[in-house]
Write a protein that binds this ligand. Structure first.
Ligand code: ARG
Ligand code: ZN
Ligand code: CA
Length: 316
């Protein structure tokens, strides 16, 4: 979920988005491959260390909100299948616009203090009096546990009641970049803590009866975290996601429509794109332009470009 943008001045907005678009292509065209400077390159992949903060209510490991290590590892595996468009998995597609992001996620191997870790922190929230109101959601969760946002992708598992299944899926802070559409993000540091919050029931493969039970909420939120907007942007055909190769749409889709809805330009909409609101088992695509946006963010923006050089990627 990202913040919505509304403006009464449509003409100037349209002109502004035209300018933004121009800047965007300018930026994309001077994009430089900075992979050589990555001290930990494996086959020219970007690797991002992840810390999962399990905010539970005193249950034993593997029960209730205190999700098992197996479920967490499997969620990261799903995330990688989706980001790498892995053959033989749900994350594969053979769409001409589809792309392997060449970004992978690893549970952190060392803590900010340089001690060994499995990348999972378990917090019994029933023993903690959290003074930060839940509506300041990122700071609220960071109060329990938060690792250096410059070197780790912080993911909090939110112990919401069952009534929030399908109501609240997840949230992400966006990168603070000079890309068009930046104003649509909930920005992280120094405004608020950086990271991603996922409803416990939607984290990983889940036994719930839901369109969102295969762990794709995290794929969608990591898309935001790395600079992707919803396909419909701010809900009009003119200013959408600033990616040329996703057909412009003015609204989201849900479920898994068998009659593919049409985009503003008459082409079939990309209901299989991770940045739509369709069901988990309906999605399997990031596009080439979405990948360019994420690479630009990873190479250039504060609180993102340091992730790929993080000491957390290596054992201490
Ligand atoms: N509504 C949430 C957001 O905008 C998440 C949507 C996730 N979609 C999914 N198929 N799991 O960030
Ligand atoms: Zn979203
Ligand atoms: Ca588009």
């Amino acid at each position: 979920m990202i913040t919505q943008f509304t403006s009464p001045i449509h003409i100037s907005l349209r002109f502004k988005s035209f300018l933004y678009l121009c800047t965007f292509f300018l930026l994309i065209s001077c994009e430089k491959n900075t992979l050589e400077s990555n001290p930990y390159p494996i086959d020219n992949l970007y690797r991002i260390p992840v810390v999962v903060h399990v905010i539970h209510q005193g249950e034993k490991i593997g029960e209730g909100y205190n999700l098992s290590e197996e479920r967490i590892i499997d969620q990261i595996k799903t995330l990688n299948e989706d980001f790498r468009r892995k053959v033989g998995t749900r994350g594969f597609n053979n769409h001409p616009n589809g792309a392997d992001t060449r970004i992978e996620f690893v549970l952190a191997k060392s803590t900010p203090n340089g001690t060994p870790t499995n990348g999972i922190v378990r917090i019994d929230s029933s023993t903690i009096n959290n003074p930060i109101p839940i509506n300041q959601r990122y700071d609220h969760f960071a109060y329990y546990s938060y690792w250096d946002y410059k070197h780790y992708l912080n993911i909090w598992i939110d112990p919401l009641p069952e009534t929030f299944i399908d109501v609240i899926l997840g949230f992400a802070t966006g990168p603070n970049s000079d890309l068009p559409g930046n104003h649509l993000f909930a920005l992280g540091e120094p405004i608020q803590a950086e990271g991603i919050i996922i409803n416990s029931f939607h984290f990983g493969k889940s036994a719930i009866q839901s369109n969102y039970n295969l762990g794709r909420t995290l794929t969608h939120e990591v898309g935001h975290y790395l600079g992707l907007l919803h396909l419909w942007g701010s809900y009009d055909c003119a200013t959408n996601d600033y990616c040329e190769d996703t057909p412009p749409v003015s609204n989201h889709n849900s479920g898994c429509p068998t009659n593919i809805p049409l985009a503003c330009n008459g082409e079939p909409a990309f209901i299989a794109n991770y940045m739509d609101y369709t069901a988990d088992d309906c999605m399997n695509m990031f596009t080439k332009d979405q990948v360019k946006r994420m690479h630009y963010v990873l190479e250039n923006t504060s609180a993102r470009k340091s992730l790929i050089h993080s000491p957390g990627l290596k054992e201490p």
